[in-house]
Write a protein that binds this ligand. Structure first.
Ligand code: AMP
Ligand code: TRP
Length: 333
């Protein structure tokens, strides 16, 4: 089993069921098996305009979500990216290593830049900072959703390029993408991924949604033609997405879930009602814990301890990199 796990989540809005099933759930499961570091990547959030007060609030809220879903700060390290300056320092080295053409090929950049009158330079260089995040910690495994696969491939290329140019320095990380749940789709459109940045709040379920709102969102979720409960992502993409959510939360194989409803002769209406029960049962305790944690003082202590540990790991790695590339070490005194 991997010895070091690293992942990052942007504090740029609510946390969705997609984030939970694609990423956070894996984060919690891994804390028993490896040395895990989880980073609230506030600097990545700055690549698009943010309201300063909202960014501060969302960073604390995201930290509370991590604890509410079961992350144990005694076993895993939770910290804020901007608390560890080595991330931006290594990012500059990564920017000097990555090719302009490689960044131009990133589909997330193309998607996020499409149709915008103004695009920040940091949105373009974003993958260099992400590579720095990962490579600072000798990371073996990076649990992420499907949408981050290309960034992980670039990170691997940069680690190898650095190692071959300057000598063995970085561990080449592997992505860990869940087979089911790596890409939870929007409730209003099964061709788009569920995203907190959607203009329509009925397209996602947020971990902070209360039971009534969850029920309303599931009632409104689009379904496919027909009435049979079938797991068939190609012909029934909307229903298959809902079945995936059900199966992951109920911890049952998705085909079995579908077969069970078919055997009862249940249609979409009954399925949606029971899906609501499953989602509420999973998320309501999380939401309640979240509200308690957000008010308590533990959060600041957790983030301070997390940053101290992250700095103690990152600083020696950065010093080694600076030396390898030929930067003159500062003389003490
Ligand atoms: P972000 O909120 O974009 O910083 O994403 C945080 C983590 O959640 C990343 O690992 C993403 O790949 C994952 N993620 C985001 N949206 C989804 C989705 N709809 N389905 C599965 N995973 C997702
Ligand atoms: N780019 C990731 C996302 O949008 C967030 C991220 C930043 C990340 N640094 C990371 C994920 C390092 C994994 C590892 O979801």
């Amino acid at each position: 089993m991997a010895s070091r796990v690293f992942s990052g989540v942007q504090p740029s809005g609510v946390v969705t069921l997609g984030n939970y099933l694609g990423a956070l759930r894996q984060f919690v499961a891994l804390q028993d098996q490896a040395d895990c570091l989880y980073c609230l990547v506030d600097l990545h959030a700055l690549t698009v305009p943010q309201d300063p007060a909202a960014l501060t609030a969302q960073t604390r809220q995201l930290a509370a979500v991590f604890l509410a879903v079961g992350l144990d700060p005694a076993r895993a390290t939770l910290f804020v990216q901007s608390h560890v300056p080595a991330h931006t320092q290594l990012a500059w080295i990564m920017e000097s290593l990555v090719h302009f053409g490689e960044l131009e090929r990133m589909t997330q950049f193309k998607d996020k830049a499409a149709g915008k009158a103004v695009v920040s330079a940091s949105l373009f260089t974003y993958p260099a900072l992400m590579a720095a995040d990962i490579l600072l910690y000798r990371t073996d495994l990076v649990p992420v959703g499907e949408d981050q696969k290309q960034h992980l491939e670039l990170t691997r290329d940069l680690a190898q390029r650095f190692n071959s140019r300057f000598g063995e320095t970085f561990t080449v990380p592997e992505p860990l993408i869940p087979k089911l749940g790596g890409r939870i789709m929007a409730l209003d459109d099964p061709t788009r991924k569920m995203s907190k940045s959607s203009a329509n709040p009925y397209s996602y379920i947020a971990l902070s949604d209360d039971p009534d709102l969850i029920a309303a969102k599931i009632r409104r979720a689009v379904t496919d033609s027909g009435r049979e409960i079938l797991y068939d992502p190609e012909h029934k993409p909307a229903l298959s997405n809902l079945l995936t959510i059900y199966a992951l939360l109920a911890e049952e194989p998705v085909e079995e879930v579908a077969a069970r409803f078919r055997a009862r002769g249940a249609g979409y209406g009954v399925f949606k009602q029971e899906l609501t029960d499953v989602v509420v049962a999973a998320l309501d305790p999380v939401r309640r814990r979240y509200l308690d944690i957000l008010e308590g003082a533990e959060l600041d202590r957790v983030l301070a301890a997390g940053a101290a540990r992250a700095r103690s790991l990152a600083e020696p790695m950065l010093a080694r990199v600076y030396e390898r590339v030929g930067l003159v070490p500062p003389v003490a005194g």
